[in-house]
Ligand binder design. Sequence first.
Ligand SMILES: Nc1ncnc2c1ncn2[C@@H]1O[C@H](COP(=O)(O)OP(=O)(O)OP(=O)(O)O)[C@@H](O)[C@H]1O
Ligand SMILES: [Mg+2]
Length: 278
Amino acid sequence: MWPILIDEGQIEQALVNLAVNARDAMPGGGTLTVTTSNQNLDDLAGYDPPVPPGRYVCLQVADTGTGIPKEVLERVFEPFFTTKPSGEGTGLGLATVYGAISQADGHVRIASEDNVGTVVTALLPATDQTPQPAAAVLPCDRTSQQGTILVVEDEDGILEVARRLLTRNGYQVITAATGTEALEKARWHDGPIDLLLADVVMPHMLGTEVAATVRALRPDIHVLYMSGYAQPVLSSHGTLEPGIRLIEKPFTEPDLLNPIREIFAPEQSAGGFPDRPT
Ligand SMILES: Nc1ncnc2c1ncn2[C@@H]1O[C@H](COP(=O)(O)OP(=O)(O)OP(=O)(O)O)[C@@H](O)[C@H]1O
Ligand SMILES: [Mg+2]
């Protein structure tokens, strides 16, 4: 493939959000196809609306699902637009995709047909820059850490991964699958809780609301957020304050642990990682 310039975390989030949408559109099963190709587009490229001519890397995510009715198709990129029942969709998936691709000067198009399926096409401009070899992955130092972390996350799989990664690095972990459960545990846990690690977008209670209530109970607690949606999307709608950094889902072990270490030992790490509203 031609090289492109894009934030690695953001393209990952975009791909995951597209795959999750495809899954949701195929409740009875189907085929999810992800393809990449180089495209030299001329003026006649058949995209609607048209895409400026140029060299693009094309990423396509296609499903054989329900398709999207025309009146819905016009609104799919709107933040918080969802046709899913309350508690299932927040309507930030495609807004996150749109944000990620636009920031890389790319274009997103959706084609859909009822009961045939949907194809999302992301066109990312090729760059003339020579790619640098990937930065060496930071070794994850597994020296045992100390501290108690309350993790609130509504997706079982992610809650379990976070619990495992934190436990094997020495932290005490308290888990909660809902905001209400997190508040109960924050209230009744016997002993200190050093950090609240909260998913931002959860049904019934946002991570920020959980944090505000937990802080009222335990004023010294640190707070870190994680989300599968991009920071600009969340902050432009008041869901998260702009200055607050975010652990992007999906995350690797160092993605999760480094910001936590910075909070527990700020003097040892360069660069601030603000976890409190400024
Ligand atoms: N592949 C698809 N097939 C059918 N409909 C889709 C597809 N992708 C998106 N949609 C429609 O677009 C709407 C908005 O999608 P978007 O990803 O922004 O939000 P969501 O999936 O509803 O919620 P979230 O992604 O925040 O969990 C969906 O509710 C659905 O109606
Ligand atoms: Mg979605």
